[in-house]
Design a protein around this ligand. Structure first.
Ligand SMILES: Nc1nc2c(ncn2[C@@H]2O[C@H](COP(=O)(O)OP(=O)(O)OP(=O)(O)O)[C@@H](O)[C@H]2O)c(=O)[nH]1
Ligand SMILES: [Mg+2]
Length: 466
């Protein structure tokens, strides 16, 4: 057993803001470390089976040990697993804060190969899994790389005709209407317009909308909000606007710098060379919030995933030619119960139908799954008029008040206009899709329960752990 066989894998954890990336990573690490921390004990194999029953390497007792590298990268800060886990496992558990910058993690899986000759030759194998965590807002910057300033401006001005956007952008839209883009691009005018635009984006974010571009306007990371790189907003095109010194030309230059100096390096460095990809989607919160939010998320996802599409300039090609598996995942299904996991999966499949078809044509294996990274409720099965359904019981608020909800039935496909009317009416009566944000559970056992995280690991890494 003197030799080691090493493999390195990069997993992209992709998800819009608040989709559940940080909690997913925290629970994933927790399941793997906990699972193997106790591998010496007699109880261990039974325990492992209970925690990760769908992971082959676990139920075949080949996973020896998983470790988290304390210094995984020369320049990037490490993912703060200990801090997040400590907070979730404390007597007053709290969800992690929204991620405001990038961090990096490496998990090393030590396992025994299934294959006889490989086992004889190498003994133990090590699989290194590298992952970055980043603010979800930055994801929507990817499409900017293939849009000129004029194209992007045009798309935004059309998007801001939608009522929910228009209402939150009155001051900015009024100024766009009365300002000549050929006028002199003075720093004061640029900052004033940029601020009004940023204000509109922040109020969309505050109200839970996802399609927010550019991402750094709401989550700047280490860039100052007054930096020239952020000194632009969409403007209408007219003949002559590109004369040097005009408002339009100056903003165009800043937009191009934003793309080249912030967006491109981020994607090139952290999103390129991915081998696997998991896309997390909080579909339930969007059903909860209603038609406008659901459509907004659908549009945001389509825009991002379009970059998987075109083989000439798609994400898979110029950034990640080696991606072989993509898992699309509905998160937080502890709001509706495992009986509805299949409906959640089918709805997600409907939302992502085109993207999945195109990826399949490029030889990428795609699958959908429905998960809860951290089970924060429990379920009671009830029979009503001969039909089985689950009541969901969680806790909310500072004093952890128990709440019981009867979640509506998750539709298996994108609701039509009429179905939305029914959903909205049922919501108004408090009958469906009215789930609160549950508190994280009080974990006396000091171990996080989950739904289907083992299926996620099996699909993404099962082949590499053989
Ligand atoms: N009930 C329940 N809630 C969850 C679960 N996972 C995440 N949440 C909720 O979703 C919120 C966002 O989760 P995060 O993991 O921080 O989401 P994120 O994608 O990292 O968000 P950004 O860092 O803002 O991009 C949490 O604060 C919780 O309220 C889960 O498994 N169950
Ligand atoms: Mg996060």
């Amino acid at each position: 057993m003197g030799f080691y066989s090493n493999q390195k894998i990069r997993l992209g954890v992709t998800g819009l803001s608040r989709s559940g990336k940080t909690v997913f990573l925290t629970s994933l690490i927790h399941q793997l470390l906990r699972d193997t921390e106790i591998h010496e004990s007699i109880e261990a194999s039974r325990h492992r089976m209970r925690a990760l029953p769908f992971l082959d390497a676990v139920h075949q007792e080949r996973l020896l040990h998983v470790s988290l590298d304390p210094n995984p990268h020369k320049t990037l800060p490490p993912f703060r697993y200990e801090r997040f886990a400590r907070s979730l496992l404390s007597d007053h558990p709290e969800w992690p804060d929204s991620t405001s910058d990038i961090s990096f993690l490496r998990l090393n899986f030590h396992f025994i190969s299934k294959n006889g000759w490989h086992r004889t030759l190498f003994g133990q194998n090590v699989l290194s899994l590298e992952i970055v965590d980043y603010p979800g807002e930055w994801l929507l910057d990817l499409p900017l790389l293939s849009l000129s300033y004029a194209e992007w401006s045009n798309q935004m001005l059309v998007l801001f005709e939608e009522k929910h956007r228009r209402n939150r952008a009155v001051a900015w839209l009024e100024q766009v209407a009365k300002t000549d883009p050929k006028s002199l691009g003075t720093p004061d005018l640029i900052q004033e317009m940029r601020q009004k635009f940023a204000h509109a984006l922040k109020s969309l974010k505050y109200d839970g909308f996802s399609f927010i571009q550019p991402g750094r306007f709401v989550m700047p990371g280490d860039i100052s909000e007054t930096s020239e790189l952020l000194a632009f907003c969409p403007l209408p095109y007219q003949n002559g606007v590109e004369q040097p010194g005009t408002l339009y030309a100056t903003m165009q230059k800043n937009y191009q710098r934003y793309c080249q100096e912030l967006v491109k390096p981020f994607y090139k460095q952290w999103m390129s060379g991915l081998d696997k990809q998991i896309v997390l989607v909080d579909l339930l919160e969007n059903l909860n919030r209603g038609h406008d939010h659901f459509c907004d998320t659908q549009e945001a996802l389509k825009t991002i995933l379009k970059h998987f599409r075109h083989s000439s300039k798609g994400w898979l090609d110029w950034m990640s030619p080696s991606i072989d598996k993509v898992l699309f995942t509905v998160t937080k299904i502890d709001h509706v119960g495992p009986l509805q996991a299949n409906n959640c999966r089918l709805l997600l499949e409907d939302v992502l139908l085109d993207a999945m078809r195109v990826m399949g044509m490029h030889g990428v294996e795609c699958k959908t799954e429905a998960i809860a990274s951290l089970l924060s409720s429990h379920f009671q099965e009830e029979l009503l008029e001969g039909k089985r359904f689950q009541k969901v019981i969680g806790q909310e608020g500072r004093d952890r008040t128990p709440v019981s909800i009867y979640p509506g039935e998750v539709p298996q496909s994108i609701p039509s206009g009429k179905e939305w009317q029914k959903i909205e009416a049922a919501k108004a009566r408090g009958e469906s899709f009215c789930f609160p944000t549950f508190n994280p559970p009080l974990l006396e056992s000091r171990s996080m329960a989950h739904i289907h995280l083992d299926k996620v690991i099996q699909f993404l890494l099962g082949d590499n752990l053989k």
